[in-house]
Design a protein around this ligand. Sequence first.
Ligand code: ATP
Length: 303
Amino acid sequence: MMTETAITLENVHKYYGKVHALRGLNLEVHAGEIFGFLGPNGAGKTTTIRCMLDLIRPNQGRIKILGVDPQKHPQEVKQKVGYLPGDLRIDGDFTARSFLKHVRKLRKNKRNWEDLLTLGERIGVSFDQRIEHLSQGNRQKVGFLQSFVSEPPLMMLDEPTLGLDPLIQQEVLNIIREEANKGTTIFFSSHILSEVQKIADRVGIIRKGVLVEIAETDELLNRAINQATVQFSEAVDESQFNQLPNIKILRINDDHQLFTLEVSGEMDGLIKTLAKFPVRDLAIHRPSLEQVFLKYYKEAEED
Ligand code: ATP
C-alpha cells in the first residue's frame, strides 16, 4: 500500500534579507502520522510552518499541503489546517469563550461546541477571563484550544506545550494523541525531546535550515548507542571484547571483573561473547531520545 502524503516540501529556501533561514529543505509527512519537528533555537521550525501556510513566501522550492499548493490556494489550506502559531497574539476584549466562538464562525467543519469546552476543561482553560489578563501559560492554553475549533484533517502546532506546567503538558500530549487516533495528521514542532519521544511516530531534525535526520522514533532509539555494565564473577581478559566491531570498552576496573562497554546497534555479538564467561550481573542503559539528539544540538553550537 502506498502511504498517502500530507505535507511535501522540496528544496525550499527562505531568506530574511541576508539571513538564509531555510537552505533547501526537503520533507515529507505521511497522512495520519504524528510528526515531531525538532531543532535548536533558530533552526527554522517556525519559518517552515509559516511557509507551509503561506503566511510568508519562500524564495524557492515547492510545497504541497494535502495536495494543495498554499501559494495558489492559501484559503483552502488555511481551512484544512488547525494551526497553533508560535507567537499567538489575541487583541481586543475577548475572553476565551468569546474568542473561540468568533474563530468558530470562520471555520468550516466545526467541532461540536460541547466537545471543545470539554477539551478546554481538561487543560484548565479560564473561559470567562479577558485573554489579555491571562498569564502566558494560560494564554497558550487558549491558543492550543483555538487550533481544535474545527476538525481539520491536518494540524500544525508550533511548540504546543510551551510555557505549560508538566501536568498540563501531559494532557496536551494526550489530546494530540487522541486526535491522531481519529486519523488527523499532526505536525508539531518542539525542542523538548522527551515529549517528542512520547508521542511522535516519526521525527525530523532541522538544523540551520536543512533536514539533518528523519526516521521513525523507535528506529532512532534502536540505532542509538547503548551502555552495558557487566559484572563478572572472575577476572576476564578484554581481548575478546576488543575484537567486536560494535563494542567500545569505556572502563575496566582494576580486578578486571567490572566492564563498562558502549554497544552500537545489535546486542548479539556482546551477548554471545558474554556467554563464554561467568556473568554475575548485566545492566543495559538505553539512552533517551534526548541523549541521541544532544549530539545534533552540540554540533549546532560548535558551528
Ligand atoms: P525557535 O525554536 O527559537 O523558535 P525556530 O527553529 O522556530 O527557532 P525560526 O524562527 O524559523 O527558528 O528562525 C530561523 C532563522 O531565521 C533564525 O536565524 C532567525 O533569527 C531568522 N528569522 C526568523 N524570522 C525572521 C524575521 N522576521 N526577520 C529576520 N530574520 C528572521
